[in-house]
Design a binder for this molecule. Structure first.
Ligand code: ADP
Length: 466
């Protein structure tokens, strides 16, 4: 089954909730009306009973005067027509009663008698045959502590019940009508509100991988949907950047691979064109080996970069940075041999971090290799390790070529080599710093550089302490 759309669900919820509210209100208003009609009815019965009691006709033997019927008509007017009375003596024998009661007598229940013995009036709903349901009040007339008679007042319930039925019928028509109108209104409102969402999803669908420069349209209302469109656009911008970076990376990588391969093919082709001496073959093979070694280094670097960018799957352990610095220093000193560049330790203190020791060694070594590579004879490279602010700081300072401030952001990107490096033909593919940064970032740290052109550079690895 297809899931219900938000529009339908919203409408259903809204309608259901409204229906529940209307049912509750209708039920409450119906029962309040019923109660107030019953109270009014009982109060009017009590008034009539009091009028009869006050006229004195309930006193045994009292027959003079125009009679209770005429007295009621006089006091209540036409209102008295839908009420009957009946006087009953203390023994329970019916006496005078309304003429419109005909031959019928009002019943005197055991409950009414029991209440009367305590001087309390009784309201009951009884069946009068023929005549339907009536509301009946039985009021005792007590004089000198003695029960003298009962005054009974009855009133047919037909009118009250009919009024209640009409009210119920009205509710039965109005509630569904109200709910239907609200459902239609709710559906229209949710359709209007969600049309923009549909529009947005249509325009987002039109954006393909080849066309990431397109954006979801903003209305400029600044509402939730505009904010959603902005978030989508920001995500698209990031995707576009990542895509462009990936394309650049692929193009650069294939270029880097093609150069040694072309050189390799050229050398072999030339060698094969004619008969060569053993020495010439050796020379071709040696230069071929150099190109192959370059290719192996490049593919290893690419693998390292993709592994560290993926977060590194190697097991993480506590890494002693002090020992790591000493190791890196030794390798750096070996690299600097015969180049008249001094590689030494500056300040160093104990610091350990959690991570992949081999990867972190690679990152630090890349910095030291660069420092040695780009520092001319007579210069020096200094390593230092310090802690502070919950972080370990490993720095590599050199007195080398330095980097133009406008290039410091670029050098961490893959395959970026500055002119100074190209001129020296140091042979790097421009992956060293990209790998170092990727490793440091995957350890939750940062790699930054401060440099002055011609004066030297300071690279800092900042890692959270273990
Ligand atoms: P490469 O293989 O060229 O060394 P890297 O990614 O390690 O690649 O470095 C990128 C570029 O940054 C280098 O080509 C060089 O121009 C510049 N660079 C890196 N380290 C230094 C340094 N210590 N001093 C001056 N320039 C540097």
């Amino acid at each position: 089954m297809r899931p219900l759309s938000i529009r339908v669900r919203l409408t259903l919820w809204y309608t259901g909730l409204l229906l529940a509210i209307l049912l509750l209100i209708s039920g409450l208003s119906y029962s309040m009306l019923r109660r107030s009609i019953a109270q009014d009815l009982d109060a009017s019965l009590m008034t009539v009973a009091q009028i009869i009691r006050d006229t004195g006709y309930s006193t045994p033997g009292m027959t003079a005067g125009p009679g209770p019927e005429a007295a009621l008509l006089q006091v209540l007017g036409p209102e008295s027509y839908d009420k009957f009375f009946q006087l009953v003596d203390a023994e329970g024998n019916p006496g005078i009663r309304s003429t419109h009661l005909g031959g019928r007598t009002l019943p005197l229940s055991a409950l009414a008698r029991a209440n009367a013995a305590r001087g309390v009036a009784t309201f009951e709903t009884v069946q009068l045959s023929p005549g339907g349901s009536i509301r009946l009040l039985t009021m005792p007339v007590v004089r000198g502590g003695q029960l003298q008679a009962f005054i009974q007042i009855g009133m047919p319930l037909g009118h009250a019940r009919q009024a209640l039925r009409r009210y119920l019928e009205t509710l039965l028509v109005l509630v569904p009508l109200g709910v239907a109108l609200a459902a239609a209104g709710g559906a229209a409102i949710s359709r209007a509100a969600l049309t923009r969402v549909d529009e947005m999803s249509r325009s987002a669908r039109r954006i393909s991988a080849q066309d990431l420069s397109r954006r979801v349209l903003l209305r400029g209302t600044g509402d939730e949907l505009d904010r959603l469109a902005e978030t989508l656009n920001e995500m698209l911008a990031r995707l576009e950047g990542a895509f462009a970076q990936m394309q650049r990376f692929t193009a650069d990588a294939s270029h880097e691979l093609r150069t040694p391969l072309t050189a390799l093919r050229g050398g072999v082709e030339v060698a094969l064109r004619a008969e060569r001496s053993t020495e010439e073959y050796r020379r071709v093979l040696r230069s071929s080996l150099e190109e192959v070694e370059r290719l192996v280094r490049l593919s290893e670097d690419l693998l390292l970069l993709s592994r560290s960018a993926a977060g590194g799957s190697a097991a993480r352990a506590t890494v002693d940075l002090e020992a790591l610095c000493v190791e890196v220093l030794e390798v750096g000193a070996r690299l600097a041999e015969g180049r008249d560049v001094a590689v030494r330790l500056d300040t160093i203190g104990p610091a350990s971090v959690i991570g992949d020791a081999a990867a972190l060694r690679r990152a630090a070594l890349n910095l030291v290799e660069n420092a040695v590579k780009y520092t001319p004879a007579g210069g020096k490279v200094e390593l230092s390790l310090s802690c502070g602010d919950g972080h370990a700081m490993l720095t590599v300072r050199d007195t080398g070529a330095g980097i133009d401030p406008s290039d410091t952001g670029r050098i961490f990107e893959p395959f970026v080599r500055l002119d100074t490096a190209r001129a020296r033909d140091t042979g790097g593919a421009g992956l060293g710093l990209a790998i170092a940064r990727s490793i440091v970032v995957s350890h939750g740290g940062t790699l930054s550089v401060e440099s002055t052109l011609g004066a030297g550079s300071l690279f800092t690895i900042r890692l959270p302490l273990a």
